[in-house]
Write a protein that binds this ligand. Structure first.
Ligand SMILES: Nc1nc2c(c(=O)[nH]1)N[C@H]1C(S)=C(S)[C@@H](COP(=O)(O)OP(=O)(O)OC[C@H]3O[C@@H](n4cnc5c(=O)[nH]c(N)nc54)[C@H](O)[C@@H]3O)O[C@H]1N2
Ligand SMILES: Nc1nc2c(c(=O)[nH]1)N[C@H]1C(S)=C(S)[C@@H](COP(=O)(O)OP(=O)(O)OC[C@H]3O[C@@H](n4cnc5c(=O)[nH]c(N)nc54)[C@H](O)[C@@H]3O)O[C@H]1N2
Ligand code: SF4
Ligand SMILES: [Mo]
Length: 739
């Protein structure tokens, strides 16, 4: 077939696989293979990565901006943004403009490099992101434990002997907050070297099927189970905290878990008391063990407690910051000398429900309240960047009803979908093949230290702005200044260099920022200059001459086109810890207080049926259903329920069922399966593509239903404000079959 070969990182999920693309003379991606020379992914790829070419050339992708549905030029679109945004700010003030930043923004260079500038320029407290539909409990827990909400340890998969994994299904998701291409292969390797893998999940997932043991757990009760594991470690004197881990709060923790005996939590969690005890003993006995919890432990009403207790176990068993345990990756682009203030939440609160801010944002579970409720500070305009909250936020259907009431919606998004159909201005970013990639967010969560930079595979057409430029333009327009995107980059570069020369321990301490500025490659794009600066200042960097063999962007790009392996994870707690005490705060008072809720739940009545989610290998939240090759097979929007519940309710395979919650109802086709435990039903999210005014023709032909029409924006984890998608009480009604 011919064509040239190009290499790049797959931008679709957290596994960061290296891809080998074939590109034809017209710039179209004609084939995708795994890059065998990538030191982290070694040729692995999944069905999504394999169809990146199809996604790249999707005819439904917008090729230019729209203003009120009409294609316009870029200048005209930015003019419209300037005028309309200024109008809303003049009429109602800055807090009236909200921003929602979605998941793909964490996988772009544009999001991490320009997102915070945009937020700062908007000057609003109404900042929302997918983080509060995802991992905010983990940030809050690590923020309190270690002082830094980004100091999230990852399981050292390739060296551990024992992995206890809760609420994660990497065989479908390919892993999260743990970037490990071929996660399944790495799990098999644990078993092959004589280790043990235990999975805790209300469903027997493909991951659970691969494990040595699977424990069915009732949704939302992981914190109970984990408290009983901690209880057992203390009761049987199995804790082994090494001196190298400085900590506060051990006695407080011991006192806190007294009432959470295995017998007490067994009926609530569904895990028998003797199994809980054995699980604790096996964890303690393993030479090198890691406990890892992911989205199932976050998107539930005890998300922060569960996330906290995961790392409590890592500490108590001596596995934190230790090879084969739970370790902190050292990202090549993140300087280790950075001074951080100890983490707190609740520096301000949401207007309507009084929910605490965390990491500068408010819970997406209260976005609808802030749009709907009149008064000073009511939201009148929304900017979305790479997000589809109508399908992805809790009670997204309520948002869908409210978005038409806004004066202005601006969306940076390649598709006209369930959310962006409400936009007055749509600014589409270019194709993935036209976009450079360095995964600033996820390269901090890899199972080995590793870096890879991918320049654009094909050039941008003339006049088409990169997403970095779109966000930079939006930031300057929102700030209402005459600054250009180039001015913004210069500001960031000079301020970063200024801080670096002032910081003790930095490789450029005491040097002249203007001299350093000259070193950053002339002629490279501002994005490349900023990445170059970050890599030079990072722990593997060239340090502006301090280490001539260290990394620069040019070296990463030209000498390591397949990425560079920077070695196994290294103990580095001393670089990470930034609590006020300088010690691990094992029992933060806010968490201890929240265990009253846990105790109360021990005796609370249980709903008959609760809803949980289900990620699907060949989709990605709400936006890959437009790729024909990915539809079919298991990628269908069906309701899984246990055969015992199905029989009790008179529901048979293929029957139509109405699923009703406090917020609404949806109809789905039932698929009884003993892979879900009794009392639990499961629907995947991201479906519901049958709304008018969208342009995703493949997805619309097989729409499915929006599970987030029946999740509940009032159900949250109070410490983080995170949505509790899992454990929503529902009822089922069998419907007559269509004739
Ligand atoms: N019920 C339930 N709901 C859930 C979850 C669940 O488990 N259950 N999971 C939650 C989780 S973990 C997450 S992260 C959220 C995700 O929710 P969101 O962050 O809102 O993400 P998506 O709904 O996937 O929408 C992504 C949008 O980004 C656009 N996009 C794609 N590529 C690009 C790009 O390069 N640039 C820009 N600007 N836009 C792009 C797509 O067209 C799409 O509109 O969903 C949450 N919702
Ligand atoms: N193919 C594909 N890959 C993806 C995505 C996708 O949509 N599709 N989304 C990406 C995103 S945004 C994210 S955040 C990651 C998430 O990555 P993962 O965290 O691995 O996500 P899931 O596959 O949803 O696995 C969560 C598991 O938690 C279980 N669960 C539900 N409730 C509970 C509970 O109360 N307790 C316990 N212990 N388990 C529970 C569910 O049954 C499910 O098996 O995946 C990413 N990768
Ligand atoms: S596992 Fe994730 S990163 Fe790897 S090819 Fe699939 S979508 Fe891309
Ligand atoms: Mo996510």
């Amino acid at each position: 077939m011919g064509g040239r070969v190009a290499y790049r990182t797959c931008p679709l999920c957290e596994a960061l696989c290296g891809l080998e693309l074939t590109v034809d003379g017209a710039g179209a991606v004609t084939s995708v293979r795994g890059d065998r020379d990538d030191p982290l992914s070694a040729g692995f790829l999944c069905p999504k990565g394999a169809t990146l070419g199809r996604l790249d050339s999707d005819p439904d992708r917008l090729d230019g901006p729209l203003v009120r549905g009409v294609p316009v030029g870029w200048d005209e679109a930015f003019e419209a943004v300037r005028d309309e945004l200024a109008g809303v700010i003049a009429r109602y003030g800055r807090d009236a403009v909200a921003i929602y930043v979605g998941n793909p923004t964490a996988h772009s260079v544009a999001g991490p490099l320009y997102g915070s500038a945009l937020i700062k320029a908007l000057g609003t407290r109404n900042v929302y992101t997918a983080s509060t539909a995802d991992q905010m409990p983990k940030h809050v827990s690590c923020g309190h434990l270690f002082g830094d909400p980004l100091a999230i340890p990852v399981p050292d998969l390739d060296r551990t002997d024992h992995l206890l994994m809760l609420g994660a299904n990497p065989l479908e998701s390919n892993g999260s907050l743990c970037s490990a291409p071929d996660f399944g292969g790495r799990l098999k390797a644990i078993r092959a070297r004589g280790g043990r893998v235990v999975v805790v999940d209300p469903r027997r997932t493909r991951t659970a099927a691969l494990a040595d043991e699977h424990l069915f757990v009732r949704p939302g009760t992981d914190a109970h189970l984990l408290m009983a594991l901690v209880h057992t470690l203390f009761a049987e004197e199995l804790t082994a905290v090494p001196d190298r881990l400085p900590l506060n709060g051990l006695d407080e923790l011991r006192a806190l878990v007294v009432g959470f005996t295995p017998e007490r939590v067994a009926p609530v969690t569904g895990v028998p008391a003797e199994v809980i005890r054995r699980t604790a003993r096996e964890l303690a006995a393993a030479e090198r063990a890691a406990v890892y919890g992911r989205i199932g432990t976050c998107t539930q009403e005890f998300g922060t407690l569960a996330s906290w207790l995961v790392d409590v176990l890592n500490v108590l068993t001596g596995n934190l910051d230790s090879p084969g345990g739970a370790m902190f990756p050292r990202a090549a682009h993140m300087p280790v000398y950075r001074r951080r203030r100890p983490f707190t939440t609740g520096r301000w609160r949401s207007r309507v429900r009084g929910l605490p801010e965390a990491m500068g944002e408010l819970p997406v579970a209260t976005l609808a309240d802030e749009i709907e409720t009149p008064g000073e500070g009511q939201i009148r305009a929304l900017v979305t960047v790479g997000g589809n909250p109508v399908l992805s936020a809790p009670d997204g259907a309520r948002l869908d009803r409210l978005l038409p009431s806004l004066d202005l919606v601006i969306s940076v998004d390649p598709y006209l979908n369930e959310t962006t159909r409400h936009a007055h201005v749509v600014l589409p970013p270019p194709r993935p093949a036209q976009t450079p990639h360095y995964d600033l967010a996820l390269l901090a969560f890899t199972v080995r230290d590793y870096a890879r930079y991918s320049p654009p595979v094909v050039p941008l057409p003339d006049g088409r702005p990169a997403e970095t430029e779109i966000l930079a333009r939006l930031a300057t327009l929102a700030a209402g200044t005459d600054a250009t995107p180039a001015d913004l980059d210069e500001l960031v570069i000079m301020s970063t260099l200024g801080k670096a020369v002032a910081a003790l321990g930095s490789p450029v301490h005491g040097r002249n920022p203007a001299e350093l500025r000259k070193v950053l490659a002339d002629g490279a794009s501002p994005t490349e200059q900023r990445l170059d600066m970050m890599l030079r200042l990072g722990p593997y960097g060239e340090g502006f001459g301090a280490d001539p063999n260290g990394l620069t962007l040019a070296r990463l790009r030209d000498e390591h086109p397949h990425g560079v392996d920077l070695g196994p994870l290294k103990p580095r707690l001393d670089e990470v810890l930034c609590t006020a005490s300088g010690r691990i705060e094992l029992c933060p008072p806010a968490f201890a207080a929240d265990t009253d809720r846990l105790a109360a739940a021990l005796d609370a009545p249980r709903p008959d049926l609760v809803l949980i989610g289900r990620r699907q290998l060949r989709s990605n939240n709400s936006w890959l259903h437009n790729v024909p090759e990915l539809l079919g097979g298991s990628n269908t929007c069906t309701l899984h329920l246990n055969p015992a519940d199905a029989q009790r309710l008179g529901i048979t395979e293929g029957a139509r069922v109405r699923v009703t919650s406090r917020t609404g109802d949806v109809e789905a086709v039932a698929s009884p399966t003993d892979t879900v435990m009794p009392g639990v039903v499961s629907l995947p999210h991201g479906w519901g593509h049958d709304l008018p005014g969208t342009r995703t023709r493949v997805a619309t032909a097989r729409p499915g239903v929006n599970v987030n029409a029946i999740t509940d924006d009032q159900l949250i984890d109070p410490l983080s404000g995170n949505a509790a998608f899992n454990g929503v009480p529902v009822t089922l009604t069998p419907l007559p079959s269509p004739l």
